[in-house]
Design a protein around this ligand. Structure first.
Ligand SMILES: C[S@@+](CC[C@H](N)C(=O)[O-])C[C@H]1O[C@@H](n2cnc3c(N)ncnc32)[C@H](O)[C@@H]1O
Length: 267
């Protein structure tokens, strides 16, 4: 694991749900209609986490089946228990070694995952390997360089004010390719065809500052992993700085923006 990935803590399903799953679900609900997938399709989902996007696909895409994989056994167990739909199955597996035969899947998808895979060209090639010739490739990632997830952007901004070394840990610095141009280049280099890219935005609303802060103390995900690695004194200073910036009382509403990508397989 590289230094900047040191806090990518992917476990503790309930904590992840509270920190991110509830928001990624809102993106997935907009992504599925944009994708306009065929009904009765065989889906493969990479990096299902706690099943936020799996649920949106089952609710909105009328799939025949969906195999959802994630390397975190904890997340897979959480998703399996939460979903309970006969069309869905879950497996512990990695994006670089998908548990599917060549040319066997109608729709390959992945929500908020690709940036966490160091060898992205290999991941895109593996997605193509399992896709049928007329199938649909798809994924979405947060628009990290463009502000991405407002509440995480605010967290890292305050963190860097207190500890300049935290600058290399923020997702904006780690994932500069998550722009329209960067994603287009990545897909073209992989030989994906008819690439379409569109932005999607959701509102993340917290009833007050404590509701904003509490998910960062749960340890699931890069920013919470960093937050819980700090000394108590350092964490208290970070919390105070954030309260100063965002307002210690009243609701907090911030935008979160992602890029949606769809394409067809190389002919
Ligand atoms: C931000 S979460 C997204 C989870 C879910 N798709 C969602 O929308 O809530 C990133 C997920 O990517 C998974 N992940 C990280 N590296 C992976 C890899 N090499 N192959 C597949 N999944 C991976 C993590 O375990 C985690 O569940």
């Amino acid at each position: 694991m590289s230094g900047s990935a040191a806090f990518d803590a992917w476990s503790a399903g309930k904590s992840y749900e509270h920190y991110m799953g509830r928001w990624s679900r809102l993106v997935a609900e907009k992504f599925v209609p944009w994708l306009s997938p065929p009904e009765q399709a065989a889906w493969l989902e990479i990096g299902c986490g706690t099943g936020a996007s799996t649920a949106a696909i089952l609710a909105g895409a009328a799939p025949r089946s969906i195999l959802s994989i994630d390397p975190s056994a904890d997340f897979v167990a959480h998703a399996r228990a939460a979903i309970g739909d006969g069309r869905a199955s879950f497996q512990v597996a990695d994006a670089l070694k998908l548990p599917a035969q060549p040319a066997s899947i109608d729709v390959v998808t992945s929500g908020l995952v690709l940036n966490f895979i160091p060898d992205r060209p290999a991941a895109l090639a593996e997605m193509q390997r399992v896709l049928k010739p007329d199938g649909l490739l798809s994924f979405y990632v947060w628009d990290y360089p463009g502000g991405g997830i407002g509440f995480i952007h605010a967290f890292w901004k305050a963190a860097v004010e207190i500890d300049p070394d935290a600058a290399k840990l923020g997702e904006g610095a780690r994932f500069p390719f998550c722009t329209r141009e960067g994603l287009l280049a990545l897909c073209r280099e992989a030989g994906w065809r008819e690439v379409a890219i569109a932005p999607v935005e959701i509102e993340t609303r917290f009833e007050d500052f404590e509701a904003f802060w509490q998910p960062f103390t749960l340890g699931a995900g890069p920013a919470p992993g960093y937050c819980m690695s700090l000394t108590e004194d350092h964490r208290a200073r970070l919390k105070a700085r954030l309260a100063e910036r965002l307002g210690a009382t009243g609701p907090i509403s911030l935008a979160a923006r992602a890029w949606m990508v769809k394409a067809s397989r190389r002919g």
